[in-house]
Design a protein around this ligand. Structure first.
Ligand SMILES: [Zn+2]
Length: 359
């Protein structure tokens, strides 16, 4: 017999399963349940459909014992009598741990302490955390997009990638919002007055750098699970110390195999170096058009390219030679070498101005 389709009417001779008398070959579900059945269960009660927010009683109010109140949630704090006399019974945090966790929430108590450089709650840690969160989301999104592309059917995962892109965008807004609260007014004014210095990139740079002048060093003490990050005495950086910390110090310092931790630290932060490089690249692209101003750092770039146009290598250069065969000493710098060198000079000038306005 053909199975009934959705539009078919049930023939009169075919009994409905629930009303059919159980025959000798009937399945267990086709007869009334008995006590010995493993799948015995109470008949389902049909309660009126309720919507979220209807009434004040919980969903399982019909399961309560007689005499039990319907809303017996704790009126006071649990174990409040155990608290010391001096402790408030409502001592939860009044401000958010890392600022505006949600983009829609306005800043609260952080604003008042954001302008005290060097204090633990001056907001730099918050900015750093947001900058790191942004990079985390960006890294994950890029990895996921590559993974999805490798399947050959990226459209199947488009919604997931779109959600990740939205998260990344929200994170970048949080970085910028935090930067506006935390960064000193002089730095924000310099950013607005300088074509080529974008707020988002500068915010990320400051997130990883902290205050450009006031260094707040830390070091690790202990081993294993007892290892703790201990704050050292803050000090004021010189501009050359800022260059070095941002990977724009002595160009002869390069990462090498087997070098000590001190030598590695002296090279500076690779992430800060990358962020300064991105800022310099953005300035280099601001050549000035009818609708946009020319960046002063573009002039720095052009001037440096003129200086190095005829420069030759003082030592073998792996950047200019093909893989495995460095360019020989005395050979001219390639255009890529000149470009990278000019961007490095632009980065140093940006850091110098940043340091100057942060005094
Ligand atoms: Zn070279």
């Amino acid at each position: 017999m053909r199975a009934l389709g959705p539009g078919d009417r049930r023939p009169a001779h075919v009994p409905h399963r629930a009303t059919a008398p159980p025959g000798p070959g009937a399945r267990r579900h086709d007869r009334p349940a008995r006590r010995g059945d493993r799948r015995h269960r109470a008949p389902r009660r049909h309660l009126p459909r309720r919507h979220p927010g209807d009434g004040v009683m919980g969903d399982n109010f019909h399961d309560l014992r007689s005499g039990q109140p319907n809303n017996d949630a704790h009126v006071g704090r649990a174990a409040a009598h155990l608290l010391p006399d001096s402790q408030s019974r409502a001592d939860t945090h009044r401000c958010h741990a890392v600022g505006d966790t949600f983009a829609s929430q306005p800043p609260t108590a952080v604003v008042a302490t954001a302008t005290i450089p060097g204090s633990p709650s001056d907001g730099w840690l918050e900015l750093r955390t947001f900058a790191e969160l942004y990079e985390d989301t960006q890294r994950t999104r890029i990895a996921s997009a590559n993974r999805v592309r490798a399947t050959g059917r990226p459209e199947m995962f488009a919604k997931h990638i779109e959600a990740m892109e939205r998260t990344e965008h929200d994170c970048s807004l949080m970085v910028a919002r935090c930067y506006r609260r935390v960064a000193p007014a002089a730095i924000r004014q310099w950013q607005q007055d300088t074509p080529g210095i974008g707020e988002a990139l500068l915010a990320r740079l400051l997130g990883h750098l902290g205050h450009p002048v006031l260094a707040m060093p830390h070091h690790w003490e202990g081993k294993g699970t007892d290892r703790q990050l201990v704050a050292d005495v803050p000090y004021e950086r010189t501009v050359s110390q800022l260059w070095q910390y941002c990977g724009h110090g002595d160009p002869a310092r390069r990462i090498a195999k087997g070098m000590s931790a001190e030598d590695l630290a002296a090279i500076g932060s690779p992430r800060l170096k990358m962020l300064v490089h991105l800022n310099a690249e953005a300035c280099m692209k601001c050549v000035g058009t009818a609708r946009s101003r020319r960046s002063p750092y573009r002039d720095v770039y052009d001037a440096r390219r003129l200086v190095t146009a005829d420069r030759v290598h003082a030592a073998p250069c792996v950047r200019c030679g093909p893989s495995g065969r460095p360019a020989a000493e005395g050979s001219p710098w390639s255009a890529a070498h000149q470009h990278a060198d000019a961007l490095r000079i632009v980065g140093k000038e940006i850091l110098r101005d940043l340091w100057r306005v942060s005094q």
